[in-house]
Design a protein around this ligand. Sequence first.
Ligand SMILES: O=C(O)c1cc(=O)[nH]c(=O)n1[C@@H]1O[C@H](COP(=O)(O)O)[C@@H](O)[C@H]1O
Length: 274
Amino acid sequence: MTDFGTRLARAIDERGRFCVGIDPHAALLQAWGLADDFAGLERFALTVVEAVAPVVGVVKPQSAFYERFGSRGVAVLERVIAESRAAGALVLLDVKRGDIGSTSQAYADAYLDPASPLASDAITASPFLGFGSLDPMFETARRHGAGVFVLALTSNKEGPEVQHARTADGTVAGDVLARLRALNADASPLGSFGAVIGATIGSSEEELDFNGPVLAPGYGAQGGTVEDLRRIFGSAARWVLPSSSREVLMTGPDVSALRDAALRGNDAVAVLGG
Ligand SMILES: O=C(O)c1cc(=O)[nH]c(=O)n1[C@@H]1O[C@H](COP(=O)(O)O)[C@@H](O)[C@H]1O
């Protein structure tokens, strides 16, 4: 079994680093001329999969947009995951889970065990119940060649009140990154345990090189640009995945317009590899 870091490095080499978020917002369904109901969700999400999953390295469905339609919405999410993977994209399921350790194991089983209908290549996780509470997710990911992206410096304006808080040795975010560095030690070409660092954070005093991938949302609709990513990450930009949802999705429902937007996004961020 090939570990997630190796699979991601290959996906970036073959397809590029741009990650497309598949977030069926009510306003986008309306803009596409679809009803804000289960049938609209299904049409929207599967159109995006058809357009982008054959060409981008990573897609990131946000679970809440599917959950709001109950079990039928979750069934659409299962199809989004399976059909995206079948089309060759890695699926980073955005669920931002975090709980006491024993419950973290259940989340790990739900999203990272290949036996689950929601099995994905990686998930987003929240370390704010204590980094160690995520251990079952790391262990399950290791066992199945999956990845975990841990929130560190998020793109929202409220994030710093927790993430910049001081600890004995630095900041909460610095501690998250140090622990990821330890988890990824010795991995080559990169580890399977990533951080979420928003493209909107301006700059950071933290050491952002931790031998793992970075999900960088906030690129596009939230205002983040390639220049921002260069400034924030500098020489650590090699494994950054700029992620954009609304800016790409608003070009639908035409499949080729969506695909062109994804390819343009990919081209625009290719410079980060150099
Ligand atoms: O983990 C995430 O994906 C995430 C972390 C973060 O710090 N900021 C952030 O916007 N996100 C997600 O990234 C997506 C951003 O969407 P757009 O602003 O439409 O590109 C949404 O699905 C957010 O939930």
